[in-house]
Ligand binder design. Structure first.
Ligand code: MLT
Length: 240
């Protein structure tokens, strides 16, 4: 587990990179694809997003932008997964740039397999891992501007906890992996009150100040969407 894009190595790649931004980019990406979006294309840079999306037919595209938790002026959407209903996104490509989540995706985009995971699609991600059995898996939390985040770490712990429960890997084999052991412990403590944990999280508090209570409530639900956002080409995720 790497807690932020900044802590993620750039000189090597894993067999599978799982990017997590529970609040809210990967929750939004999973929701768009579960609602019938054609694809999600992620950008760290807003100008690049605008330039690339200009080449797309207007009726087939949506632009989503978030900075500091708030919607970017002039974009159709911010980063609320609740806005990504089938009526809005079906058949369209979502071009998205967010403060941390899309930067984390960019950081690992050269890995052979890149997934976007959140609590809402955790079970589907775990099923994929158990079927494919990639040897080296990185879980990359998006954090907040270089800092650790509770919500991404608890999601990493939820994934690891579920893989352990369904595989032959014994907890003893985790010895020495402090990140995974602590993430699993965080999940074990909060698994029945994930929303409560979000209320303690710094970004949870930021979103509450922005009146995004319903987003927190939605993103705190585990295993509600059977969708696997998987990278098809650098920065472009589709549902498998
Ligand atoms: C991010 O990328 O930092 C987040 O998804 C922020 C948010 O919109 O909640």
């Amino acid at each position: 587990i790497y807690h932020t894009p900044e802590l993620t190595p750039t000189d090597k790649t894993p067999d599978c990179a799982i990017v997590v931004d529970v609040l809210r980019a990967t929750s939004t990406i999973a929701t768009v694809l579960a609602s019938g979006g054609e694809a999600v294309q992620a950008f760290s840079n807003l100008d690049q997003l605008i330039a690339v999306s200009e080449n797309w037919p207007p009726e087939k595209r949506l632009r989503a932008g978030e900075r500091g938790g708030a919607k970017v002026t002039g974009f159709e959407l911010g980063n609320s997964p609740l806005d990504c209903t089938p009526e809005v996104v079906k058949g369209r490509r979502l071009f998205i740039s967010t403060t941390n989540g899309t930067r984390a995706l960019q950081r690992v985009q050269d890995s052979p397999i890149v997934l976007a995971a959140a609590l809402i699609n955790r079970a589907t991600v775990v099923k994929f891992l158990l079927e494919k059995q990639p040897e080296i898996v990185w879980i990359v939390g998006s954090g907040w501007e270089g800092s650790f985040s509770l919500e991404d770490t608890v999601c990493a712990g939820a994934i690891a906890h579920s893989v352990l429960a369904q595989s032959q890997i014994s907890p003893a084999e985790l010895a020495g992996n402090d990140e995974v052991i602590s993430a699993i412990a965080l999940y074990a403590q909060w698994q029945n009150d994930l929303l409560g944990l979000f209320h303690h999280a710094s970004h949870g508090q930021r979103l509450l100040r922005l009146e995004s209570h319903e987003d927190l409530r939605y993103c705190a639900q585990a295993d509600i969407l059977d969708v696997l956002p998987i990278q098809q080409e650098p920065g472009v995720l589709k549902s498998q």
